[in-house]
Ligand binder design. Structure first.
Ligand SMILES: NC(=O)c1ccc[n+]([C@@H]2O[C@H](COP(=O)([O-])OP(=O)(O)OC[C@H]3O[C@@H](n4cnc5c(N)ncnc54)[C@H](OP(=O)(O)O)[C@@H]3O)[C@@H](O)[C@H]2O)c1
Length: 333
């Protein structure tokens, strides 16, 4: 699907972008693979690792519509990964978060339509489902923009979908590197916000593979959600530091006890497939009728029960401490 195609990834120097680049270069022969982001140092460092002839490094901000439009010239597929994603930073700098995550999404959409890009997938997060913090709220707004964008294409061929998933093991600024640093620095305890807290858990490679698969599955308008395990944060602490006591420090501003990927209020729109869910659009698209229960690779989905919620606290699959360490090894590959 990606051979001889041009792919652009916004936020290509981030954790997702680098794993995505590695995977694409190992499995396909793209015509061009464009990394679009702001910081030249991150791009310089990435170029030391990924310098195949198809690679292009574009400095640009998703807030800049002209640059976005120019960058998408001749592009077939776009992955929109650029975001401000730290919850406390978003609470403290709300306008900046809105400019990048919401206005940036709008610019990606307009640039993709102007260049007749074939398919666009935007990355979202469980924090966008029933959001309580600004980061989640901006990602929900972004999800809504990408779903509705399918109605802006007129006679154009561009189609937009969203991929929503949970915590990526070991991603920058997340809990595992935080615990590991504390342990390396010789801490005498592991701080845990709440003893009941749970999170969805996914490796970067699983996230990348899920995104790649959804380019083949998508009609446009879907929010794709992988079925993934949950972890209890106390199990994480004991898996990484079995000999250290846990100290409960209290839930932080903007943080939930559990995360949700498919809210109960969307259950009438939610389909369950073997290894994922799809939240179908709540709006109709002009001149586009899709039967979302059979996707483009002929997988069949069934409606979930009324009120069903895919929730990290009630997920039937929780990782044991041993499995948490297996995930850690997988994440390091
Ligand atoms: N990590 C997780 O646990 C997780 C979970 C669920 C969903 N997600 C979503 O997955 C996506 C990728 O996350 P990640 O972990 O790869 O993030 P990351 O490592 O923080 O990388 C973010 C990327 O976005 C770029 N960026 C930030 N602001 C930009 C702007 N205004 N214009 C252009 N580029 C910009 C950054 O580069 P520059 O600073 O150089 O511009 C960097 O390349 C995000 O949309 C995030 O919401 C992440």
């Amino acid at each position: 699907m990606f051979d001889n195609k041009t792919i652009l990834i916004t936020g290509g120097t981030g954790s997702f972008g680098k794993k995505y680049t590695k995977t694409i270069l190992e499995r396909y022969s793209p015509k061009r693979l464009i990394i679009y982001s702001r910081d030249e140092l991150k791009q310089y460092e990435m170029q030391q690792e990924f310098n195949a002839p198809c690679m292009r490094y574009f400095i640009g901000d998703v807030r800049d519509p002209e640059r976005m439009t120019q960058a998408m010239n001749g592009v077939d597929f776009v992955i929109h990964a650029a975001a401000l994603k730290q919850v406390p930073a978003a609470e403290y700098n709300p306008m900046e978060c809105i400019k990048t995550n919401v206005h940036g999404a709008e610019n990606v959409i307009r640039a993709a339509i102007a260049n007749n890009v074939e398919k666009v997938i935007a990355l979202s997060t469980d924090k966008a489902a029933a959001p309580i913090n600004l980061y989640g709220a901006t990602k929900l707004a972004s999800d809504k923009l990408f779903v509705a964008a399918n109605n802006m294409v007129g006679k154009g061929k561009t189609r937009f979908a969203v991929v929503r998933y949970g915590n990526v093991v070991g991603s920058r600024g997340s809990v595992v590197p935080f615990f590991k640093k504390l342990i390396a620095d010789g801490t005498d305890h592991i701080p845990v916000t709440h003893d009941e807290m749970t999170r969805f858990w996914i490796t970067l490679q699983q996230g990348v593979d899920f995104v790649l698969k959804n380019f083949a599955r998508m009609f446009g308008g879907e929010i794709f959600i992988p079925k993934i395990p949950s972890v209890r944060i106390t199990d994480l602490a004991s898996a990484y530091a079995p000999d250290l006591p846990i100290k409960i420090i209290g839930i932080r501003p903007g943080e939930k006890l559990h995360e949700i990927m498919c809210p109960a209020d969307d259950s009438h729109l939610t389909l369950e497939f073997d290894d994922h869910y799809v939240i179908c659009p709540s709006i109709k698209f002009h001149n586009q009728e899709h039967n979302y229960s059979r996707n483009l690779i002929d997988e069949i989905g069934k409606p979930v029960a009324q009120g069903y919620e895919y929730h990290s606290g009630t997920n039937p699959h929780f990782l044991t401490e041993e499995e948490i360490l297996d995930f850690d090894r997988l994440a390091a590959e």
